[in-house]
Design a binder for this molecule. Sequence first.
Ligand SMILES: Nc1nc2c(ncn2[C@@H]2O[C@H](COP(=O)(O)OP(=O)(O)O)[C@@H](O)[C@H]2O)c(=O)[nH]1
Ligand SMILES: [Mg+2]
Length: 221
Amino acid sequence: MNDVKLIRIREEILADNRGLAEAIRQRLLRTRTLMVNLMASPGGGKTSLILKTIERLAQKVRIAVVEADIDSTVDSEKVAATGVPAVQIETGGFCHVDAAMVDRALESLDTESLDVIFIENIGNLVCPAESDTGAHRNVVILSVPEGDDKPLKYPIMFSAADVVVLNKTDYLSFGDFDPDAFRERVHPLAPEAPVFELSCRTGEGIDRWIDWLRCELMEAD
Ligand SMILES: Nc1nc2c(ncn2[C@@H]2O[C@H](COP(=O)(O)OP(=O)(O)O)[C@@H](O)[C@H]2O)c(=O)[nH]1
Ligand SMILES: [Mg+2]
C-alpha cells in the first residue's frame, strides 16, 4: 500500500496570513496609523461603537472604517453617511476577515493621512479570532443579552482580546447578567485586557473607551 501524503494546508495558509498581517502592521506603524479590529456576535454592537466613536472623535482624529460582511453594504453606508471614509469587504461566505482582504481594502484608503482605521469583522465569536487581520489591537465586544457565560464557551475569542467591551449595559437591570462573573471569566483568558462596561444607546461608560483609544493614538504617534 502506498504511503498517504499529508499536506498541511491550514498551517501553510495561516503562516502566509501571519506574514502578510505583520507586513501590514509594520507599514501602518511607519505612517503612525493605528488599526483596531472589532469582533463580536451579530448585533453585539460593532457598528454602534464605531458610530459613537466617530461622533466623539471625528472632529479631531482622522478615522476610516473597513467594514466586512458576508453580504450587503448596510454598515458601510451608515459609516459613509457620517462623512468618514468606509470600504466594504464582501467575504461571500467566509466567516472572518484575513490579512489579504484587509490589504485589498487598504488600497482604497489614503492610509498615510489617517490616524485610526477600524475593521468591523464578520459577526461571530469563533472564526475571526483565528485569523490575524494585520490590526495592532483586537477588541472583543460582548453585549449583555448574550449572557455572562460566553467567555467559557468562546475562550479563543476572548484570549485574542487586547480590550473587552461589555456593551448594552442599559439591559443589565432587566436580566441576570452578572458583570463580576463575566470579568472573572475573562481574566484568565486575557489578563492584560481592560474590560469597559458601556452602552452605545445611552452613552454611559463611553468615556473610558474613548480615553483608551486616545492613549493608544498617542502611543502610535
Ligand atoms: N439597548 C441597546 N441597544 C444597542 C446598544 N448598542 C447597540 N444596540 C442596538 O443593537 C442592534 C445591533 O447593533 P449593531 O451595532 O448593528 O451590531 P453589530 O451587528 O455588532 O454591528 C442595533 O439595533 C443597535 O441599535 C446598546 O448599548 N443598548
Ligand atoms: Mg455591524
